[in-house]
Write a protein of this length. Structure first.
Length: 211
């Protein structure tokens, strides 16, 4: 396995290659997690990306390490944090022990993170979580609606998050009980200052013109 990390370092193999290797050799997962602390940035980030890829393709392989990923979500490096946010969302699909419920508040509090990309990863993963955890639909929806008042570093960052929230709502709209509240949220974005967000709102409403 030492050779594998050398190859990550020199670019001989990619995170995608390593993720494929872990499918047939899941016992190597702890080594990949350990190397997120590597002194080489290229290895650190490749290992984090590997876990993100694997969590989407074969979440069951990583589920036993769920608690490790929760700790890594507190990493001081943003790239590692972003990958762990993605990993935990993907693990919701195989969360037989309801571990995600226990970290729900911690996870969705990141919507208020001053680093817009951190909050964006949470928004982007919200539909995935909702579809894996339908019992959390109302809580996820309530959290996403708050992005309209998020304390981001700039109004433009907040508008980007609002646009992403519209996409997220679209992904699990049929599960939402109070659909009128979502429609009202989206209608307010027709006058959003950011054109891309305005367009997302228009498309969402056109798709549901019957309402």
């Amino acid at each position: 396995m030492y050779g594998v990390f050398d190859k990550l370092s020199d670019g001989t193999i990619t995170a995608e290659d390593l993720a494929k290797k872990l499918v047939s050799k899941p016992g190597l997962v702890p080594k990949v997690i350990d190397n997120i602390s590597s002194h080489e940035a290229k290895v650190r980030f490749a290992c984090a990306k590997t876990l993100s890829i694997l969590s989407k393709k074969k979440p069951e392989i990583l589920y036993r390490e769920f608690d490790h990923f929760v700790k890594l979500m507190d990493n001081t490096n943003n790239i590692i944090r972003w990958n762990m946010i993605d990993v935990l969302a993907n693990l919701a699909a195989v969360d037989a022990k309801n571990k995600f419920e226990a970290i729900f508040d911690k996870y969705f509090e990141l919507l208020q993170d001053r680093v817009m990309i951190t909050a964006a990863h949470v928004v982007d993963n919200s539909s995935t979580i909702a579809k894996s955890k339908p019992d959390l639909t109302s809580d996820i929806t309530a959290s996403l609606l708050k992005v309209e008042r998020a304390q981001q570093s700039s109004p433009e960052c907040r508008d980007i998050l609002i646009g992403k929230a519209i996409i997220a709502f679209d992904g699990y709209f049929e599960q939402i009980e109070d659909k009128d509240k979502i429609i009202a949220f989206v209608k307010r974005q027709i006058s959003n200052r950011r054109n891309a967000t305005k367009v997302k709102a228009q498309r969402f409403l056109k798709k549901r013109a019957q309402r």
